[in-house]
Design a protein around this ligand. Structure first.
Ligand code: AMP
Length: 248
């Protein structure tokens, strides 16, 4: 079984996002960028499938600027076999990304695509579902546990207050949730070895898909600051405030 893992280079999750003065988006100049955390989980899962002998090849793909190659190298260093870099400086929407991924999944003959449940920069949470729909493949979302057996895959999904188990016939798309696994760190020798692994250089035009934007970002704003609190004299006063105002 060949596994395809799309990974996105995003603002590092430890960095506080700064909105640009003109409110057109988040300022990405001179900030640390890393692999989207949910994609690290997808990579780890694919590498485990390889180690278990279930996956024959694990291919990582990233669509983005030249520096997205670094993100691919990170995935190669933890055990992915090969990379595909689709270079673009445009910030493509999930539909365009999903169309490119569909073309790659078909070209590669992938049996399983593992995406993150969302990219933490734009929070669309849309690409995996769009990809499953375009491919007409079943999808296991919010994956907490994944088990393959023959031509099927069983996914335990994180739902409100519990887990739901679904069985999908391969080929399928799985989108990863936070508790699926704990991603490993790359070891130095593996980082060195990863430099020799193959990365194919492509462009969106190679896949002949229409990447024209369908939506316009009108405005991006910072979360509203918290208003100052007040001191109450007693527990009774606190309970009274909670009853009448809901908040203090
Ligand atoms: P989103 O729908 O943008 O929240 O992204 C969900 C998932 O789609 C991510 O966790 C990635 O697995 C994949 N994805 C989104 N954008 C890209 C990209 N530019 N390159 C590769 N994979 C991507």
């Amino acid at each position: 079984m060949k596994v395809l893992v799309p990974v996105k280079r995003v603002l590092d999750y430890n960095v506080k996002a700064r909105v640009k003065a003109d409110q057109s988006g988040v300022d990405l100049s001179n900030v640390k960028m890393s692999m989207n955390p949910f994609d690290e989980i997808s990579v780890e899962e694919a590498v485990r499938l390889k180690e278990a002998g279930t996956a024959t090849e694990a291919v990582v793909v990233s669509i983005g600027p030249a520096k997205a190659q670094e993100t691919i190298r990170t995935a190669l260093a933890v055990g992915m076999d090969r990379g595909i870099h689709v270079q673009t400086d445009e910030d493509l929407e999930p539909l365009a990304i999903a169309k490119i991924l569909k073309a790659i999944a078909e070209e590669e003959g992938a049996q399983l695509v593992i995406t993150g449940k969302q990219a933490i920069d734009n929070d669309y949470g849309a690409t995996g579902s769009m990809l499953a729909a375009l491919l007409d493949w079943p999808q296991g979302t919010f994956a907490n546990t994944v088990e393959t057996s023959g031509d099927s895959i069983t996914v335990k999904r994180e739902v409100d207050g519990g887990l739901q188990t679904v069985k999908l016939t391969l080929p399928a798309v799985v989108t990863t949730d936070l508790r699926l696994n704990e991603p490993r760190y790359a070891r130095l020798p593996d980082i060195m070895k990863a430099k020799k692994k193959q990365i194919d250089a492509k462009t969106p035009a190679d896949y002949g898909v229409d990447t024209a934007p369908r939506l316009t970002t009108v405005k991006v704003t910072e979360p509203a600051g918290r208003s100052a609190g007040i001191k109450v004299e007693s527990v009774e006063a606190l309970v009274g405030k909670l009853k009448t105002e809901g908040v203090i």
